[in-house]
Design a protein around this ligand. Sequence first.
Ligand code: 6PG
Length: 253
Amino acid sequence: MTCTIRKISDPQQLFSIAAQEFFKRTEEAVKRTGHMTVALAGGSTPKGLYGLLASEPYRSMIDWSKVHVYWGDERHVPPDHQDSNYRMAHESLLSHVPAIPSQIHRMQGEFPNASDAADAYEDVLRKEFTPSPGEAPVFDLILLGMGPDGHTASLFPETEVVHESARWVAAPWVEKFQTHRVTLTPVVLNQARHVMFLVSGKDKANALQVVIEGPSQPDQYPSQVINPLSGELLWLVDEQAGSLLRKTTFQTQ
Ligand code: 6PG
């Protein structure tokens, strides 16, 4: 696994570098297998990337008919809810590009029981990726964000899902929000060929410094659990988020 951290001064440049990376990984995957599988991140930071991908030149550069869209996590809400990660991606990206509806696989946050949504998503992954027995789905690209508490996807501090080693999708209870979430687990996240974090804003600086340069403490800083087994990890962080990092751009093996 190689890990690259790039601190980028200008937030808009952060998103254009991320868009270039998205295009590059899509081209690679389509050349290799004829299609590309990506798990989108939720929250608000990725909107800057999704807006770029939805506009020229990326809208035309990317062969959206070859792109299969998934999510890294989802809130326990219907797809039209203001908090829905599906709704955010649909509004900022998917409604603006010629993606094929049957290749858009949202997590069904509307299910009354979140664990039923997790089970259903595991069935989708099994059907779409057809992994060998005992193998987990391998995404070409997984986009992730990081919260000020060091969470990523819906892997929150002090939750068991941070150490999940069997399930591909889980429905953890998140005490701080008094709600369940649906999330890919580290079993799938760490199988990806490429994982790209997008982190922006000074409220992330403390957590980012600990996650990147601090001692291993994934229960307190779950983003530390993201270590692709054989894939590449790329952190794209803006000046504010990376302000406490001792080094700017570096690569570790
Ligand atoms: C979610 C995301 C979550 C997000 C972080 C960072 O469902 O909210 O999956 O993990 O990536 O909370 O969010 P921002 O990038 O908007 O700060």
